[in-house]
Design a protein around this ligand. Structure first.
Ligand code: SF4
Ligand code: SF4
Ligand code: SF4
Length: 149
Protein backbone atom coordinates (compact mmCIF):
# COMPACT_ATOMS: atom_id res chain seq x y z
CA UNK A 1 0.00 0.00 0.00
CA UNK A 2 1.32 3.46 -0.82
CA UNK A 3 0.38 7.00 0.28
CA UNK A 4 -1.81 9.08 0.42
CA UNK A 5 -2.07 8.55 4.15
CA UNK A 6 -0.18 10.56 6.77
CA UNK A 7 3.44 9.40 7.09
CA UNK A 8 6.43 10.85 8.90
CA UNK A 9 8.62 12.95 6.60
CA UNK A 10 12.02 11.21 6.24
CA UNK A 11 13.90 13.90 8.19
CA UNK A 12 11.51 13.52 11.13
CA UNK A 13 12.94 10.10 12.00
CA UNK A 14 14.44 10.34 15.50
CA UNK A 15 18.22 10.35 15.81
CA UNK A 16 20.41 9.29 18.73
CA UNK A 17 19.11 7.72 21.92
CA UNK A 18 15.39 7.14 22.24
CA UNK A 19 13.94 7.14 25.73
CA UNK A 20 10.57 6.61 24.09
CA UNK A 21 10.13 3.93 21.44
CA UNK A 22 7.28 4.76 19.08
CA UNK A 23 5.76 1.68 17.46
CA UNK A 24 3.87 2.30 14.22
CA UNK A 25 0.89 -0.02 13.69
CA UNK A 26 -0.70 -0.05 10.25
CA UNK A 27 -1.68 1.45 7.95
CA UNK A 28 -4.52 -1.01 7.37
CA UNK A 29 -7.95 -0.87 5.81
CA UNK A 30 -10.55 -0.98 8.57
CA UNK A 31 -14.27 -0.36 8.22
CA UNK A 32 -13.73 1.06 4.74
CA UNK A 33 -11.08 3.59 5.81
CA UNK A 34 -7.33 3.67 6.29
CA UNK A 35 -6.30 3.26 9.91
CA UNK A 36 -2.93 3.53 11.60
CA UNK A 37 -1.87 4.10 15.16
CA UNK A 38 1.25 4.79 17.19
CA UNK A 39 2.12 3.32 20.57
CA UNK A 40 4.66 5.13 22.75
CA UNK A 41 6.64 2.85 25.00
CA UNK A 42 9.10 4.06 27.59
CA UNK A 43 10.02 2.87 31.07
CA UNK A 44 6.78 1.99 32.90
CA UNK A 45 8.38 2.36 36.33
CA UNK A 46 7.05 -1.07 37.34
CA UNK A 47 6.13 -1.38 41.00
CA UNK A 48 8.00 -4.67 41.31
CA UNK A 49 10.64 -3.89 38.68
CA UNK A 50 12.45 -6.97 37.31
CA UNK A 51 15.29 -4.76 36.05
CA UNK A 52 16.16 -3.86 39.64
CA UNK A 53 16.29 -7.52 40.64
CA UNK A 54 18.41 -8.41 37.60
CA UNK A 55 21.06 -5.71 38.00
CA UNK A 56 24.28 -7.20 39.42
CA UNK A 57 25.64 -3.84 40.58
CA UNK A 58 22.45 -2.34 42.09
CA UNK A 59 22.70 0.48 39.58
CA UNK A 60 18.90 0.62 39.23
CA UNK A 61 16.85 1.73 42.19
CA UNK A 62 13.59 3.40 43.22
CA UNK A 63 13.29 7.02 44.29
CA UNK A 64 11.99 6.71 47.85
CA UNK A 65 9.65 9.68 47.50
CA UNK A 66 8.05 9.00 44.10
CA UNK A 67 8.78 5.29 43.41
CA UNK A 68 10.23 6.34 40.03
CA UNK A 69 12.86 3.92 38.68
CA UNK A 70 16.26 5.63 38.48
CA UNK A 71 19.76 4.66 37.35
CA UNK A 72 23.09 5.37 38.98
CA UNK A 73 25.15 5.34 35.78
CA UNK A 74 28.44 5.29 37.68
CA UNK A 75 27.55 1.81 38.90
CA UNK A 76 26.36 0.47 35.52
CA UNK A 77 28.77 -1.99 33.88
CA UNK A 78 26.73 -2.28 30.68
CA UNK A 79 25.88 -6.00 31.06
CA UNK A 80 22.35 -5.45 29.67
CA UNK A 81 20.65 -7.90 32.06
CA UNK A 82 18.03 -5.21 32.60
CA UNK A 83 17.20 -5.22 28.88
CA UNK A 84 16.70 -8.99 28.89
CA UNK A 85 14.16 -8.92 31.71
CA UNK A 86 12.28 -5.69 30.90
CA UNK A 87 8.85 -6.64 29.49
CA UNK A 88 8.68 -3.35 27.59
CA UNK A 89 12.16 -3.28 26.00
CA UNK A 90 12.59 0.10 27.68
CA UNK A 91 16.33 0.16 28.51
CA UNK A 92 18.49 2.12 26.04
CA UNK A 93 22.25 2.32 26.00
CA UNK A 94 24.35 5.34 25.08
CA UNK A 95 27.78 5.41 23.43
CA UNK A 96 29.39 4.50 26.76
CA UNK A 97 27.23 1.35 26.82
CA UNK A 98 25.59 2.41 30.07
CA UNK A 99 21.87 2.25 30.81
CA UNK A 100 19.70 5.23 29.93
CA UNK A 101 16.12 5.18 31.17
CA UNK A 102 13.23 7.62 31.07
CA UNK A 103 13.04 9.12 34.56
CA UNK A 104 9.59 10.68 33.91
CA UNK A 105 11.39 14.04 34.06
CA UNK A 106 11.62 13.62 37.82
CA UNK A 107 12.92 17.15 38.38
CA UNK A 108 9.97 18.65 36.51
CA UNK A 109 7.48 16.35 38.27
CA UNK A 110 8.85 17.41 41.67
CA UNK A 111 8.30 21.03 40.60
CA UNK A 112 4.69 20.19 39.74
CA UNK A 113 5.28 20.49 35.97
CA UNK A 114 4.26 18.15 33.17
CA UNK A 115 6.92 15.90 31.65
CA UNK A 116 8.75 17.44 28.68
CA UNK A 117 7.25 14.93 26.22
CA UNK A 118 3.74 15.51 27.54
CA UNK A 119 4.21 19.28 27.26
CA UNK A 120 5.59 18.91 23.71
CA UNK A 121 3.04 16.46 22.30
CA UNK A 122 0.77 18.40 19.93
CA UNK A 123 -1.80 15.60 19.83
CA UNK A 124 -2.01 15.36 23.63
CA UNK A 125 -1.35 11.65 23.23
CA UNK A 126 0.99 11.50 26.23
CA UNK A 127 -0.48 11.85 29.69
CA UNK A 128 1.47 11.38 32.89
CA UNK A 129 -0.82 10.49 35.76
CA UNK A 130 -1.01 8.50 38.97
CA UNK A 131 -2.70 5.06 38.87
CA UNK A 132 -5.69 6.61 40.70
CA UNK A 133 -5.99 9.38 38.09
CA UNK A 134 -5.78 6.83 35.25
CA UNK A 135 -8.52 4.72 36.89
CA UNK A 136 -10.66 7.84 37.14
CA UNK A 137 -10.07 8.71 33.44
CA UNK A 138 -11.00 5.15 32.43
CA UNK A 139 -14.19 5.28 34.51
CA UNK A 140 -15.15 8.63 32.93
CA UNK A 141 -14.55 7.24 29.42
CA UNK A 142 -16.58 4.10 30.19
CA UNK A 143 -19.55 6.06 31.53
CA UNK A 144 -19.41 8.35 28.47
CA UNK A 145 -19.52 5.29 26.18
CA UNK A 146 -22.49 3.85 28.11
CA UNK A 147 -24.32 7.19 27.92
CA UNK A 148 -23.81 7.32 24.14
CA UNK A 149 -24.91 3.69 23.55
S1 SF4 B 1 13.15 -0.66 32.77
FE1 SF4 B 1 11.51 -2.07 32.26
S2 SF4 B 1 11.40 -3.47 34.02
FE2 SF4 B 1 12.54 -1.65 34.69
S3 SF4 B 1 10.98 -0.35 35.63
FE3 SF4 B 1 11.24 0.29 33.48
S4 SF4 B 1 9.65 -0.86 32.37
FE4 SF4 B 1 9.89 -1.84 34.37
S1 SF4 C 1 23.27 -2.76 32.07
FE1 SF4 C 1 23.81 -1.56 33.89
S2 SF4 C 1 21.87 -1.10 34.84
FE2 SF4 C 1 21.47 -2.76 33.39
S3 SF4 C 1 21.66 -4.64 34.62
FE3 SF4 C 1 23.69 -4.25 33.75
S4 SF4 C 1 24.76 -3.04 35.28
FE4 SF4 C 1 22.60 -2.97 35.81
S1 SF4 D 1 9.11 11.69 30.58
FE1 SF4 D 1 10.89 13.01 30.30
S2 SF4 D 1 12.63 11.57 30.29
FE2 SF4 D 1 10.79 10.36 29.95
S3 SF4 D 1 10.59 10.22 27.74
FE3 SF4 D 1 9.34 11.98 28.40
S4 SF4 D 1 10.70 13.73 28.17
FE4 SF4 D 1 12.02 11.89 28.13
Amino acid sequence: MSPPYPVNPPLAEPKGINLINVIHLGPEIREGGVSQSFVCISCMHCVDAPCIRSCPTSAIYKDSETNITLVNRERCIGCRSCLWVCPFGAPSFGVEGKLLLCDICIDRIKEGKKTACEAACVARAIITATPEEIAEMKARKASKRIAQA
